[in-house]
Design a protein around this ligand. Sequence first.
Ligand code: NAP
Length: 295
Amino acid sequence: MTGKLLITGASGKLGSAVVHHLLDSFKVPASSLIAGSRDTGKLSELASRGVETRRVDFDDQASLTEALAGADRVLIVSTDAIDASGTRLRQHLAAVEAAKKAGVGRIFYTSMPSPDDSLITFAPDHLGTEEAIKASGLSYTIFRNGWYMENLFMVLPTALASGQWYSSSGDGKLAHIARDDIARAIAAGLAAPAAENATYTLTGETAHTTEEIAALTSEITGKPLTVVHVTDEQLAQGMAGAGVPAPYIPTFVSFDANTREGKISMITSDAASLSGKELMSLESFLEASKAALAG
Ligand SMILES: NC(=O)c1ccc[n+]([C@@H]2O[C@H](COP(=O)([O-])OP(=O)(O)OC[C@H]3O[C@@H](n4cnc5c(N)ncnc54)[C@H](OP(=O)(O)O)[C@@H]3O)[C@@H](O)[C@H]2O)c1
């Protein structure tokens, strides 16, 4: 690896894991990395390992310019502004524009699977960012990150407590992947010299229906769990009744609708090929998480 690599969002769960894999799994020298975050105070452990830290906030143009100064490449970690207000696309476009002005040699970006054919409410944020990256004329690598196994923590603890998992995903399949496997694959892609533009879709190796995930969870935790199949409208009503903030309900419902329509059923070998390591299975993830899931 030549030149300095800026990783934005380095205090986040994915960004932090990427930096740690660069250092520990791929033995990239700390001196070649710049860890960026809105709060550099959260990067003290990386700083103690010799990684330069810089403040970077996509809502603050000056911070982007300063963070990118002298950077040869940048990994833009997508932000968590998923409320469909347009904030996230604006943030990402600011980061791409700043990278272009700084003249970086390559942009890396964390996207989502099939953003051009998706029911997910925030898919346009990723599609718009990918398009801006391609239009920038810079070399690029896009990592289309599949759904984390960790996302199951949003639903399984409550579902296990009641024994019922309300879902509108029908028989749709989804190949979850552990967040750390994504981080390792991205780090591998960052550590290896890249000549061509590339788009990778990082998924798990096996796709499951919601019924299959429920059955596995039940078997592993020893707790009964039944999937209650509902419509999108019923799911939305249930979320509202459970106190889910209104702006997020369409997004959460769109996850199930997208799965039901088969738009996230793809399985690729990209993650394992990039990182050269076997991926964690859903069974292993659930086994390792069973105490936390079952409460
Ligand atoms: N594939 C999936 O299943 C899945 C699930 C959840 C999220 N995601 C996406 O993947 C990203 C990383 O996931 P994660 O698990 O690491 O989530 P996370 O821990 O919630 O991280 C949120 C990230 O957003 C960054 N961020 C927020 N506002 C920002 C701003 N104004 N400027 C620059 N960066 C900003 C944060 O950086 P700092 O705090 O360091 O500034 C942090 O890296 C998320 O932000 C989201 O876009 C994907």
